[in-house]
Design a protein around this ligand. Structure first.
Ligand code: PMV
Length: 341
């Protein structure tokens, strides 16, 4: 007797960045953040979860390699889903006692600033929620795996509310608009480096919270206003303003990394060259047509409208003649179940 569920979950790329925690254990952020969830056909995590009475212990395979399940974040996610299932009485007590095996793969570089943990934990939690028939919102559980994962639980444009409660009960994600709201929106991912980042986002955030004066200014004065402004640009489909805020927020996040002590550097010369190219392109166009944003790594995510894609791709081919590491994608719905797998 066994039950198996396979899900795919998308990556999300923030346009208002989450950087800094107020509670490291519950993964509660200092600020609200906003992201777009990308289409699963280009970049996604695929996770199968299986429960059987014969399993002796919980086990996990990541990208084909067996990893230890004694990882606090992993255990917290499983434990919270099981507790929710017990509350909702969605499965039998016997089923809840069975051990689980998890198998997860990403179709893009892991831990190189491409939101792999976001897709991975969103996928794991969504698959476990299906396995245990949990019906309520699971974004706060995905958050326990990796903060930004809570945003990948929903499609389209998503806001993660920092919340104010100590127990994190109001630190959840909600959808601003679904993918069909702005069907022309595209994301172009430029893979600059595939190596693992030197400083994890957890360590980087800790250093910034402890040492950056600029971070305090950002949290208090910049993010609250920017969050409301960018949500308005999404609702009104005002691309130029959306792009401007996106670029400014990425720049401010990396300025905070440099303001941290010792400084944290995620972008490379190639990343800076991409920034320069985008600004030159926008200047030549006479208006903002493309936005860049960089997470905790050198890879770029360009947001643009579909009519701009051919021109921007030719520019990139001209600037990086030997490179073919780019993916073009639209926005996505949400984590989906795969059947017959
Ligand atoms: O969720 P984490 O711990 O991988 O942190 C993500 C941090 C950024 O990607 C830099 C910003 C964000 O909001 O996704």
């Amino acid at each position: 007797m066994s039950k198996i569920v396979t899900m795919i979950a998308p990556v999300n790329i923030a346009v208002i960045k989450y950087w800094g925690k107020r509670d490291e254990e519950l993964i509660l952020p200092l600020n609200d953040s906003v992201s777009a969830t990308l289409d699963t056909n280009v970049m996604c995590a695929k996770t199968s979860v299986c429960a059987r009475p014969e399993f002796f212990e919980n086990e996990i395979w990541l990208n084909g390699k067996k990893e230890s399940f004694t990882n606090q974040r992993l255990e917290n996610c499983l434990h919270e889903i099981q507790a929710r299932a017990a509350d909702e009485k969605s499965v039998s007590v016997e089923f809840l006692s069975w051990k689980v095996h998890v198998c997860s793969v990403n179709n893009f570089p892991t831990a190189a600033g491409l939101a792999s943990s976001a897709a991975g934990y969103a996928c794991l939690v969504s698959a476990l929620a299906k396995l245990y028939k949990v019906k309520s919102d699971v974004s706060s559980i995905a958050r326990l795996g990796s903060g930004s994962a809570c945003r990948s639980v929903y499609g389209g444009f998503v806001r993660w509310h920092a919340g104010v409660n100590h127990d994190g009960s109001d630190s959840v994600a909600s959808q601003i608009a679904d993918a069909s709201h702005w069907p022309e929106m595209r994301a172009l991912i430029l893979v600059v480096g595939e190596t693992k980042k030197k400083i994890s986002s957890t360590s980087g955030m800790r250093i910034s919270v402890q040492t950056s004066e600029l971070l305090k200014h950002r949290i208090e004065y910049c993010v609250p206003l920017r969050t409301e402004e960018i949500i308005k640009t999404i609702r009104e489909k005002n691309f130029a303003k959306f792009a401007e805020i996106t670029m400014k927020d990425s720049n401010q996040f990396h300025a905070i990394c440099l303001d941290s002590y010792p400084p944290i550097v995620y972008m490379t010369d190639v990343s800076h060259y991409i920034i320069e190219l985008v600004h030159k392109y926008n200047k030549t166009c006479g208006e903002i047509k493309v936005a860049y944003t960089f997470d905790a790594g050198p890879n770029a995510c360009l947001y643009l409208l579909d009519k701009e894609v051919p021109k921007v791709v030719s520019l990139l081919k001209y600037a990086f003649p030997t490179s073919n590491s780019e993916f073009i994608t639209g926005l996505s719905v949400q984590a989906e179940e795969l059947t017959g797998d």
